[in-house]
Design a protein around this ligand. Structure first.
Ligand code: DGT
Ligand code: CA
Ligand code: CA
Ligand code: ZN
Length: 589
């Protein structure tokens, strides 16, 4: 059983906590906290990285921690990490999962109230609070007791949502299973179904369909349940099975013969809402739908089931245009397919550039820096056949620099970009913080050395709707702004969207020819798909940005394209499908 990124991140954070409570060196604590953050945000499994011998290459994990992880992965008895963790009761770590309950508070509560069972720690703390026992602890009080109960409720609520996987994690997991399944000679075509095929931002379980002869299906199912990462088999029939993988994720597999593959694919791709709309539509034409195909509801005794090899044939039979999986969400796609007005949605190959890449160039930024240099990033852009990219690091921190320092840094970056030898045009940009009052964290005098800027909110996410709207509108008024970065600020299952008047913001962005970002970072996917659709209907420009902080992350563009497709975006809605010439015009260069 392999430990997941979430588990490793938790262990590293726990060690940081143990250090903190035992009064260790501050840098040590920070190193473990950073390593935990890094692991949590990896788009690959840390275990896989370790297995391929590349642990040393992960930025944010130093040689020491890397060695301790190696020991841990090798399952050495009494490994360093485990030893450190056990210095503190396990209930402390568990309680700290609730937002705002820090190590010291957690430790005190657990110790004074003698809470020893990890599995019931939240229940026990809430019970104690009911009896007013926490308020009576030294350094606590009524208010902090209330806050603790609130924090626990938020955590428990969130936990349900967190059981879903982020799209890229589910996607790469499904690719691994597919690769494994192909080793069985009876396995024909294989496809993902369900939310994964529709490229939903978070995935509940993985659904797969395999083409196989009925008399081979037992063999195929046996092969599936022998998948190496299986911890248990939940259901096993002749043509389908469910396995539970380490980390508790489920995968479903169905076997079907070639002749009925299309109908099955359609049925289990969903969504449920789409299938309901389809059923209603079919009924009007006296058909009923099932996973096996389309049944004619004739008065005669002999019923006929039409089955389909391909999905296209299935939709065509019903007089419908084929509907891309990403928009099968039960909005108006069935009506549109009937009229034949489903548009050609934007595709990965339409993308000609990326405006949001964080390089390692030391602009002395306010937030995290990227880990790869201009050369590596441009090389990757060439591989992706891009025409242009923009280096958009976070703005230099304002507290540590005078205005002239900032200008000098930007000029220095501009020079460095000019020296690059590449066929890809590189723009000099920055991702500039929108401060709480709507001003930008960059002096006006610095703007003329930049080709354009992206503006984003990175702090003070909680604000009333009115003030937040004003804040963003004010920021949009700066003439160098060309992209509004990750507009809603959401982090999937971690942070809610900000509250703002999006109609006003979209109107203003449109007026100013500013693109709304679709940030492709795995736990952002921001704008969310439903808001993309609103923006598309309104005629707003959109920019699909990788927000890459490392070369490989430039490939996350794929997930941004999926969000765009789920929002019904066509090629011309997306600014970075344009030729370099059009882009230069848009940037007034
Ligand atoms: P998920 O797994 O929560 O991310 O979402 P889905 O859409 O993958 O849902 P899932 O795995 O429960 O089912 C896959 C698809 O199968 C679903 O989108 C619709 C289709 N389907 C058709 N009939 C049924 C049914 O009776 N029950 C369920 N659960 N799904 C059905
Ligand atoms: Ca599913
Ligand atoms: Ca399923
Ligand atoms: Zn950002």
């Amino acid at each position: 059983m392999h430990p997941t990124n979430k588990e490793i991140a938790h262990i590293l954070r726990s060690v940081a906590t143990a250090y903190e409570l035992t009064g260790a060196n501050r840098f040590r604590i920070i190193a473990y906290q950073n390593a935990s953050d890094t692991v949590e945000h990896l788009t690959q499994e840390i275990f896989d990285i370790w297995q391929s011998g590349n642990l040393g290459r992960v930025d944010g994990i130093g040689p020491n921690i890397s060695q301790h992880l190696d020991e841990y992965f090798k399952k050495t008895k009494g490994s360093y990490l485990e030893k450190q963790m056990t210095k503190i009761p396990a209930t402390v770590y568990e309680l700290m999962k609730a937002p705002g309950i820090g190590p010291k508070k957690a430790f005190k509560i657990v110790k004074e109230l003698e809470i020893i069972h990890v599995s019931t720690v939240f229940k026990d703390v809430k019970k104690a609070a009911k009896k007013n026992k926490i308020a009576q602890l030294e350094g606590f009080g009524e208010k902090s007791q209330e806050d603790i109960v609130k924090a626990i409720d938020i955590y428990l609520n969130r936990q349900q949502k967190e059981e879903r996987m982020l799209l890229p994690i589910a996607y790469s997991l499904s690719q691994k299973i597919i690769e494994y399944m192909k080793k069985n000679t009876y396995v024909g075509k294989i496809e993902v179904l369900g939310s994964l095929r529709r490229m939903v931002a978070t995935i509940g379980d993985i659904d797969l369909a395999v083409v196989g002869k009925p008399y081979h299906s037992k063999d195929i199912i046996e092969h599936f349940i022998s998948y190496p990462d299986t911890i248990s088999v939940e259901g096993k029939g002749n043509t389908k099975a469910t396995i539970i993988l380490s980390g508790g994720k489920h995968a479903d597999l169905r076997v079907i013969d070639k002749e009925r593959f299309g109908s099955m694919l359609q049925y289990f791709t969903g969504s449920k809402a789409h299938n309901i709309k389809m059923r209603e539509y079919a009924l009007k034409n006296d058909y009923s739908l099932s996973e096996y195909g389309i049944k004619e509801k004739k008065k005669s005794k002999r019923e006929r089931i039409h089955s389909f090899q391909s999905e296209e044939a299935f939709y065509t039979f019903l007089g419908l245009q084929w509907i891309p999986p990403e928009i099968r969400e039960g909005t108006d796609e069935v009506e549109r397919a009937q009229k034949g007005t489903i548009p050609r949605l934007v595709e990965p190959k339409d993308i000609k550039g990326d405006f949001h890449i964080h390089s390692s160039f030391n602009i002395e930024p306010s937030h995290d820096r990227g880990s790869d240099d201009f050369r590596k990033l441009t090389k990757k852009a060439e591989d992706l056949k891009y025409s242009y990219i923009a280096f958009s690091e976070h703005n230099p921190s304002q507290s540590n620099h005078k205005e002239q320092d900032i200008i000098n840094l930007i000029k220095k970056k501009q020079e460095a970009i000019k020296q690059l030898k590449t066929s890809v045009t590189c723009f000099n940009s920055l991702e500039v913080d929108i401060l709480p009052d709507g001003s930008l964290a960059l002096p006006d005098a610095a703007l003329k050395y930049l080709d354009f800027i992206i503006i984003s909110i990175h702090s003070v996410f909680r604000m009333n709707k009115n003030d937040m709207t004003k804040r963003i509108l004010k920021a949009l008024s700066c003439p160098k702004v060309k992209v509004l970065g990750h507009p809603t600020g959401r982090l999937l299952s971690k942070r809610e969207e900000i509250e703002a008047d999006w109609t006003m913001i979209f109107t203003e962005s449109k007026k100013r020819n500013i693109a709304l970002a679709i940030d492709a970072w795995p736990d952002r996917l921001d704008l969310p798909d439903s808001m993309v659709r609103l923006a598309v209907d309104k005629g707003n420009l959109l920019a699909i940005d990788s927000d890459a902080h490392a070369v490989d992350q430039m490939e996350n563009m794929l997930y941004g394209v999926s969000v765009a497709r789920r929002g019904w975006a066509k090629k011309h809605d997306i600014i970075n499908t344009n030729s370099l010439k059009n882009i230069q015009k848009w940037l007034n260069l």
